[in-house]
Write a protein that binds this ligand. Structure first.
Ligand code: CNA
Length: 325
């Protein structure tokens, strides 16, 4: 089992998790970080696949085993900050907590000694305050059309569930707030989201009612192992994927980021993000398309091209948005 790690420097070498090494020919590295200018809104590889090819492939159901890989960027328009965006990202807001380093807020050792910064931040990430975004509903639409194989998300906000994507289609790779457990190994009492939320302490810290230790939501902290479901499903999903869509992630957290390498060598990969990934995972390649954009506007445009705009808008405006987790 592999623990969650962050690539600290964009220039750092990718440390290939052993579980991926057997799957990944070296030529799959350095895709996407092409030579086209950062001002380009859309990068289409002229010699290879284009957005039109991808749209047509979705329309005529050539792609009906689509995998999505998502990160915090798909939820920023719902009011949930990501980690790394300058000024607005959660790491930028951490100065007041006087942490030894920003990631300490999600470090299991640090949490055991001081959970207060985490619980302050958790207030910003709690799922029931937020509505799913057009991007989430676009993925729901792909599911409704029976073209989604799976949605792998790093997000812990449960907005995918709120958008009505069923749990069996989801891999919440970094866990969720759905449940929590007492951190005392001898206790491990389980708590529901509701019971953790209904906490009237000013510092929001949740204490175990049985043993008095801290209760931690079941989101994966740095240094913790990802859920068993992640390891079980990625092995069979990615070899069956016929289109990979990556949205709103800096692709800096491992082992999640390396999943992009697991689809077959000719499988198209569409990435939608405000910024190009700075790590060395991508370079130009003729099966890759990068759209430099907000995820919501790109998804609305894709829906338009697919002739699904009305359906998407109906979903966005539907009662399904009423916080079902
Ligand atoms: P990140 O490293 O903060 O990267 C987010 C990426 O999204 C950046 O490249 C941004 O440029 C981009 N971005 C931000 N807003 C938009 C937008 N509207 N449209 C398009 N692109 C946008 O976050 P990652 O997800 O890559 O890192 C993984 C961490 C973040 C996981 O451990 C998550 O649990 C964690 N996280 C989750 C949430 C959430 O659940 N909503 C919030 C904050 C952090």
């Amino acid at each position: 089992m592999f623990k969650i790690i962050v690539e600290k420097s964009p220039k750092s070498q990718i440390i290939m998790p052993k579980f991926l090494a057997n799957f990944i020919p070296s030529k799959f590295f350095n895709l996407f970080s092409g030579s086209s200018s950062d001002n380009d809104n859309v990068h289409e590889n002229v010699d290879g696949i284009s957005i039109e090819n991808i749209v047509n492939g979705i329309k005529n159901r050539k792609y009906d085993h689509i995998i999505f890989m998502c990160g915090a960027g798909i939820s920023t328009s719902a009011g949930i900050p990501d980690f790394r965006s300058p000024k607005t990202g959660l790491f930028h807001q951490l100065e007041k907590y006087n942490l030894p380093y920003p990631e300490a807020v999600f470090d299991v050792q640090f949490f055991s000694s001081n959970p207060k910064p985490f619980y302050h931040l958790a207030k910003n990430l709690l799922p029931d305050k937020f509505k799913a975004t057009p991007c989430h509903y676009f993925m729901r639409l792909i599911h409704d059309k029976n073209q989604m194989l799976r949605l792998y998300t790093q997000n812990i906000d449960s907005l995918e569930r709120i958008a009505g994507i069923p749990a069996d289609k989801l891999v919440e790779a970094h866990g969720s707030f759905h449940t929590g457990h007492c951190i005392n190994k001898e206790c491990r009492k389980e708590y529901s989201f509701e019971s953790m939320k209904n906490n009237d302490r000013e510092d929001n810290v949740v204490y175990c009612e049985d043993c008095g230790s801290y209760v931690k939501p079941d989101i994966i902290f740095y240094g913790e192992v990802l859920p068993e479901r992640f390891y079980r499903l990625y092995q069979r999903d990615f070899i069956n994927c016929d289109l990979l869509i990556i949205m709103g992630t800096s692709l800096t957290v491992q082992p999640f980021a390396s999943l992009v390498e697991l689809v077959g060598p000719h499988i198209p990969r569409l990435m939608i993000n405000k910024t190009r990934p700075s790590s060395g995972h991508f370079s130009r390649n003729n099966r890759d398309v990068f759209i430099k954009s907000e995820t919501d506007s790109a998804c609305l445009e894709l829906a338009e091209k697919l002739g699904w705009r009305d359906e998407l808008e109906k979903l966005i405006n539907s009662d399904d948005s009423d916080n079902k987790t």
